[in-house]
Write a protein that binds this ligand. Structure first.
Ligand code: ATP
Length: 369
């Protein structure tokens, strides 16, 4: 694991707690939030058949997670059904049994072979009732949902309405879920963005240009921060912070005074100052001597073969999801904190806001001179 941890200051607590997790009921602290972790019920119903789906925005590594769920299930003698197009597949009964060889050669592929969807029907009571009819008719005992916070909100509601065991696997490039240091797809997205930044820097430094590069992140700046530090950006602007144009101008002027040859500014798409074009126009008004260009990376960041880190993370989480269900876990999201598998109540994972690490901004500022 080489990416910057937002939770490093909590490592001592987590290591102790993760080690004791399966033996006792625990209360632990996470970014000022208390999570209650309960010992799995010894009376839990035996899991013989499960369904797995991918939902919301696709993320590189989702295939690796499905593969791990399928193979771990079969390893433990559990039948596993792949549900196509997220919750829509559950509502429309689009599912089929998956076997060991059904998931051959998908480890290295981006996207999701189960396909994904944003299902409006699942947001309705009627839609979820249809989904439950099919769940029962297929004699499924539990559901594994791979997706982001929206998908987990749906899973939480479904599980409460019909007392269905569900377990979530965090699959989103945004890394905006509490209860895990990293989500599946985040590392690949950061590497894709950083690779693009490296290439843009080559041309920026050949022409003394100032580039504004917009990366994904409507509500969270994790991709922006990591790709900016990795790509040596002079500044990064994220949705969580209230950076002003004046602060940015000050930073750019300082660099110019220090003979900085090329400047790259990373902007998360949801930043409060506007999109990359808006920010570039505002900077141009005050620093007309800069030759300014804008690049929006867009969906490029969602695609591509998952990095080793994402494949390993997805494999660990997929196996842990199946093992969690076998142990009676339900309504939890499986994650990795300080390199240990953890199960966080799904409601807490959704509700808790995962914060950026302020120290990364301090580091970026020091290195931008
Ligand atoms: P990403 O983080 O990549 O956007 P996501 O899982 O957050 O992924 P969403 O589009 O927010 O993506 O949610 C995926 C699906 O989850 C929705 O299309 C819907 O089917 C279901 N869902 C989201 N919120 C709810 C809700 N309140 N009730 C029922 N279902 C929901």
């Amino acid at each position: 694991m080489t990416l910057f941890s937002s939770f490093s200051s909590y490592s001592a607590n987590f290591q102790t707690i993760a080690g004791l997790y399966f033996h006792t009921t625990q209360t632990f602290y996470f970014e000022n939030t208390i999570f209650e972790c309960f010992e799995p019920s010894l009376m839990a119903k035996e899991i013989k058949k499960i369904g797995v789906l991918t939902s919301g925005g696709d993320a590189p590594g989702m295939n690796a997670a499905v593969r791990a769920v399928v193979r771990a299930s079969i390893y433990y003698g559990i039948e596993v059904y792949g549900i196509y197009r997220g919750y829509d597949g559950l509502i429309n009964d689009k599912m089929e049994e998956l076997h060991v060889r059904s998931v051959s050669n998908i480890l290295s592929r981006g996207g999701t072979f189960l396909l994904s969807a944003r299902s409006e029907a699942f947001r309705t009571k009627e839609g979820r009732a249809k989904a439950y009819e099919n769940f029962k008719a297929r004699e499924l005992d539990a559901l594994v949902v791979i997706g982001g916070d929206g998908s987990f909100t749906g899973a939480d509601i479904f599980s409460q309405e019909y007392d269905v065991p569900v377990i979530g696997i965090p699959g989103t490039i945004d890394n905006d879920l509490a209860g895990t240091d990293y989500t599946i797809g985040f590392d690949t997205a950061c590497n894709t963005a950083r690779e693009a930044i490296d290439k843009i820097r080559d041309t920026a430094s050949s022409h003394d240009r100032l580039f504004f590069i917009e990366v994904m992140g409507r509500d969270a700046g994790f991709i922006a921060v990591n790709s900016a530090i990795g790509g040596g950006a002079v500044a990064m602007i994220v949705p969580e912070h209230n950076w002003s144009i004046d602060q940015l101008i000050k930073r750019l002027r300082k660099g110019a005074a220090n003979q900085k040859a090329s400047n790259v500014v990373i902007i998360a798409e949801g930043c409060k100052l506007g999109n990359a074009y808006d920010v570039a126009a505002k900077v141009k008004e005050q620093l007309d001597y800069f030759d300014i260009r804008v690049t929006v990376l867009g969906h490029l960041q969602r695609g591509g073969s998952p990095t080793t880190m994402d494949r390993v993370l997805a494999s660990r989480l997929g196996v842990a999801a199946v093992e969690g269900l076998r142990d009676g876990q339900s309504k939890v999201m499986v994650g990795v904190i300080n390199n240990r598998i953890t199960y966080t109540p799904i409601g807490e994972a959704i509700k808790t806001v995962k914060r950026l690490d302020d120290d990364e901004f301090r580091i970026a500022k020091i290195l931008s001179i």
